[in-house]
Design a protein around this ligand. Sequence first.
Ligand SMILES: [Fe+2]
Length: 470
Amino acid sequence: MTTVTETPARVSARHGFDSLEDETHIDGLPVTGELPRWLQGSLIRTGPAKWEVGNRTVNHWFDGLAMLHRFSFADGDVNYTNRFLESRAYRAAKAKGEISYSEFATDPCRSLYQRVTAMFSPKLTDNANVNLTKLGERFIAMTETPIPVQFDAETLSTAGVAYEVPGQLTTAHPHMDRATKGMLNYAAKLGPRTSYRFFLLPPHASKPRVIATKPVTRPAYMHSFGLTQRWLVLAEFPFVVNPPTLAFSGRPYIENYRWKPEFGTRFHLFDRATGESVGPFEADARFGFHHVNSYEDGDDVVVDICTFPDAGIVEDLYLERLRAGKPLAQPSLERFRISPRDGTVATERLVDESMELPRINYGRCNERPYRYTWGVGSDGGWLDRIVKADVVERRSTTWSEDGCYPGEPVFVASPGAEDEDGGVLLSVVLDGRKANSFLLVLDAASLDELARAEVPHHIPFGFHGQFARG
Ligand SMILES: [Fe+2]
């Protein structure tokens, strides 16, 4: 390992927030170590890559224009391709040289007339920079507006709107319905009677079926949800919006949400078979983006989530703060045990290490009791370590390297693995010392490095990706 003395570690993370303009294809990245022969397929990721448009810089990490990145593995070789998602938002930015759609925390510059027009016909972004999913044979990039974007996994070219969302807000973290291989997701239907909704989209359909609904006056910001064999689990953190302000305030989307700790955290359980809901079951106020996993334990429902003490993390992730290396709120891996019979929620922190961008052995463990989750953590600066948490033994192990900043570790099970952690982790790591990135392959059980494949440029910090077996 190299010791970095001249540059504080959190400053060298800054390159992860530099825009990347170039689209490339590289056959045969230089590989050190040895890739497992069974690893055949592609890691495809989405994330913001361009935060400067014309002479303006967007406000927030989440506002950057989406780029797709693909690492393809075949017979020990790694090929890399990157391409901007050619969304309407991207095409308009390119053609006009200005931001033309409303992003998470950035609005286009508008004249008074345009502002009034925008109230009644908001130009919702399709800048799908949060996550992607494979539904049937379709690859779909997603954000939290109701415009999921289909793309070609080979060419990374953009194909158009993938399906209808029954609402104005949704999540980029759908679950798979094991019975139908369809997609389960959340939507908020805003209007005179606002409601939370869940919908099921069969693998080859474009029109979903609403399977559960519940009225709400002030909907909470919702980034993901939980799933057990019986229940859809909604964790309603008290970061809420009065729906008309979204249309009329003139402020960017997320700046209309308000932190209301007096509301507490409220869990709602929706029966997947009947759509009926129970709850709310209340816990102290928290905030969170990512559910890790949920399952039933007798009558109890166990819900694991990466949480923050409050919604201040949304402020922490404004681009100017990140580029200045300001400290960040630290995420905790927490367990909420909901007892519908008693109406109680017991909370417990599972490991001391901080943890975000969690992944599990999804195919085997989602909806079920599980033991391991992998994520990234830090001790106050930018995310600088990969964390493996054992939620049964309540302990964690880490991988880190001086000056390196790993992204979400995607678990890929090895064929025929007996153990839950039998497989590899794939993480795109920024090497802050050299200002470029590499694809890191770790043994998911031991966190020992198996291989790395170096990219000649930096890859901006992104959010999520998926492995598609080839
Ligand atoms: Fe996310």
